[in-house]
Design a protein around this ligand. Structure first.
Ligand code: ZN
Length: 315
């Protein structure tokens, strides 16, 4: 499967319900495909579906010289899945081995989807030091310093930063993680409580547009939690730019500017809060990061260093 100098690179963004693939090569139109996991939440069925999609890509598009995958699962250094609330059936899976079978003889690496999204947004912004928070079914993200993900030996778990000691319970078991307060589902639950009736995403968006108090209050609490995370991260790493993205945040009017407004209120002399900007790559940031990882592997340079879990499944 490894191609010559014209071989393309493949990025795969693994999600809890969907998978996006994009292959690029000089002189060939890009190949794009999104598919939904099989209804049966079973790792073997999922991997068979991924394998079939990759075979279809090879047949329709051509060879792939390197592969990068954005993964939401927590993995151990050997490449086994320790936890993935989005697809519990993957727990215990030998991910590195599975990828070697699907992409034989091809440089293949994977990394945390939040880290890769941060890297893609930083490179797109032309900045070396960037904080990134992606708000969706959870809160993911990453930290890029000097053009590289940090920390060097693990993923940056920005969603589990504690921002409220008496805050809501996170699915990790702890109270007050930013994800427990500001994720899409947490925000919708709060909006439902405040409204006294169920609120789905379109209703929340409409409520914001109409200035409904329950919608404004529900979103403000989430934005305040995200602003606290931005300010705290800014104190630690002195980044000047925080990028906020993710499908949930991006689709709500005024959401990202409110995070920026609340962060600025926490400025202190000598250490202004990072400026907050909306993500430029939209829902594609993890996929672009996966492609970047594939390019770096094709160039034989892994941007994040050999020790961190930008794990390669080379043969
Ligand atoms: Zn947590």
């Amino acid at each position: 499967m490894t191609g010559g100098p014209d071989a393309g690179v493949l990025g795969v963004d693994i999600g809890g319900t969907k998978v996006a693939l994009r292959a690029e090569a000089a002189g060939r139109p890009a190949y794009e495909r999104t598919f939904t996991w099989p209804a049966r939440a079973d790792a073997d069925a999922d991997l068979a579906a991924l394998d079939a999609e990759v075979s279809a890509l090879r047949a329709a598009w051509g060879p792939v010289g390197a592969v990068g995958l954005a993964m939401p699962a927590t993995t151990d250094p050997a490449g086994a899945v320790l936890a993935w609330p989005g697809r519990p059936g993957w727990t215990g899976l030998d991910l590195a081995g599975a990828l070697r079978r699907i992409f034989p003889d091809t440089p293949t690496g994977y990394a945390d989807d939040g880290d890769l999204a941060a890297l893609a947004e930083a490179r797109h912004a032309g900045r070396d030091d960037v904080l990134y928070l992606g708000v969706g079914t959870g809160v993911g993200g990453g930290i890029v310093l000097g053009g590289r993900n940090m920390p060097a030996r693990a993923s940056a778990e920005v969603g589990h930063m504690v921002v409220d000691l008496s805050g809501e319970r996170c699915d990790c078991g702890r109270a007050g993680c930013v994800q427990a307060i500001a994720s899409g589902p947490a925000t919708l639950r709060r909006a439902s409580r405040l409204r006294g009736a169920g609120v789905d995403y379109p209703q929340l968006r409409a409520g914001l547009r109409a200035g409904r108090p329950w919608a404004l209050r529900a979103v403000r609490t989430s934005c305040a939690a995200l602003a606290a995370a931005v300010v705290s991260l800014g104190e630690l790493v002195a980044a000047e730019l925080a990028i906020v993205g993710g499908g949930f945040a991006t689709g709500l009017p005024g959401f990202v500017p409110l995070v920026g407004h609340l962060a600025r209120q926490a400025d202190r002399p000598g250490r202004p809060a990072p400026r907050v900007a909306a993500a430029a790559l939209g829902g594609l940031s993890s996929l672009h990061g996966a492609l970047q990882l594939a390019r770096d592997l094709a160039d034989q340079r892994v941007p994040t260093g050999p020790d961190r879990p930008t794990r390669e499944a080379r043969q």
